[in-house]
Ligand binder design. Structure first.
Ligand code: NAI
Length: 334
């Protein structure tokens, strides 16, 4: 019996994400929370013939806490998306929404896995951590910033550049760092299958590929021309990542290594990563192994080539202040 809750379920990401969760056989109860239209989305999804029982909740009468009550996993795409010309940092307006949801989670389902999609992920994940710490229920192994769309994009764009676009799902390219522009650190040298050296050693081609992975979100924001940012690809990435967590926690399955933006204090491997990257950042997107309790192990970053070392420097420089912004955010009291 697994209860999943989506906060922001009526939004551009929330709706298709809720649909994909409704279709996941591991989910038996699906709770949808939003400040608008959650009842409509729930009614619609509830007609699909799959095991998950769907209920929608709006804010009145403690709706958030009712929706979250005893959830095993909470996935959060609540908040405002980007419009053309905005960076993810401009979305710090989502800080208050995240803090309030964290307070409700602390009361209603303190042991849930928390998957944060709301931007700016580099700052919103530290906000969740701080609120949960204050409430005395913080488990860094269960708080995961969802950077999985960067990994999905890397597979797709790499496969396309090597001339095998149909093989996108076969390419595994670790993307570490953060989830915003220069903080996104694609490790092309570690791609499996490997990227041919004529591409890796061609500075122009390589820079273009890195840039596309780092700023792929801008392509969508531009194409949607004011109607929002990535929603469908994010919903797919969010549902896929949620499935990894669910399979590791409740499906008894050992899954492959994944990447997520987490507290490096979650496991002893975090200190080793700080040494590898030469910075004492408290949050970083790292290679992790998932297990029944969430982050089971933080794995090394591994070897970087010179080009990746330069990218790492830039990522670290930008990430530090974003983390600090989240850590020092003062939410309204619950
Ligand atoms: P949207 O505006 O379509 O949907 C957001 C939903 O959140 C709306 O239905 C809204 O009513 C709801 N909401 C607002 N305040 C709320 C609250 N206090 N409690 C519950 N729900 C609330 O936006 P979209 O496109 O779905 O994006 C959502 C977030 O996801 C944005 O912050 C966006 O930047 C982020 N995002 C993250 C990505 C990632 O890779 N992590 C990729 C793409 C978007």
């Amino acid at each position: 019996m697994v209860k999943a809750c989506v906060c922001g379920a009526a939004g551009g990401i929330g709706q298709p994400l809720s649909l994909l969760l409704k279709l996941n056989p591991l989910v038996t109860e699906l709770s949808l929370y939003d400040v608008v239209n959650a009842l409509g989305v729930a009614a619609d999804l509830s007609h699909i013939a799959s095991p998950a029982q769907v209920t929608g909740y709006l804010p009145p009468d403690n709706g958030a806490e009712k929706a979250l009550k005893d959830s095993d996993i909470v996935i959060i795409p609540a908040g405002v998306p980007r419009k053309p010309g905005m960076t993810r940092d401009d979305l710090f307006i989502n800080a208050g929404i995240c803090a309030t949801l964290a307070q409700s989670i602390a009361k209603a389902c303190p042991k849930a896995f928390i998957l944060v999609i709301s931007n700016p992920v580099n700052s919103t994940v530290p906000i969740f951590a701080e609120v949960l710490k204050k409430a005395g229920v913080y488990d860094p192994k269960r708080l995961l910033g969802v950077s999985h769309l960067d990994i999905v994009r890397a597979s797709t764009f790499v496969a396309s550049v090597v001339g095998k676009p149909a093989d996108a799902a076969k390419y595994v390219v670790p993307v570490l760092g953060g989830h915003s522009g220069a903080t996104i650190l694609p490790l092309l040298s570690q791609s499996q299958p490997s990227i041919p050296s004529e591409i890796l050693n061609d500075k122009e081609k390589r820079d273009a590929l890195v840039n596309r992975i780092q700023f792929g979100g801008d392509e969508v924001v531009k194409a949607k021309d004011g109607a929002g940012s990535a929603t469908l690809s994010m919903a797919q990435a969010g549902a896929e990542f949620a499935e990894y967590v669910l399979k590791a926690a409740f499906g008894g399955e050992k899954v492959r290594t994944v990447q997520a933006y987490i507290d490096l204090g979650a496991d002893a491997g975090g200190a080793a990563v700080q040494k590898e990257i030469g910075a004492d950042l408290s949050f970083f997107s790292v290679n992790i192994q998932l297990g029944p309790g969430g982050v089971e192990k933080i794995l090394p970053v591994g070897d970087l080539d010179d080009s990746e070392k330069t990218l790492l420097e830039a990522a670290v420089k930008e990430l530090g202040p974003s983390i600090e912004k989240g850590v020092s955010f003062q939410p309204a009291p619950p």
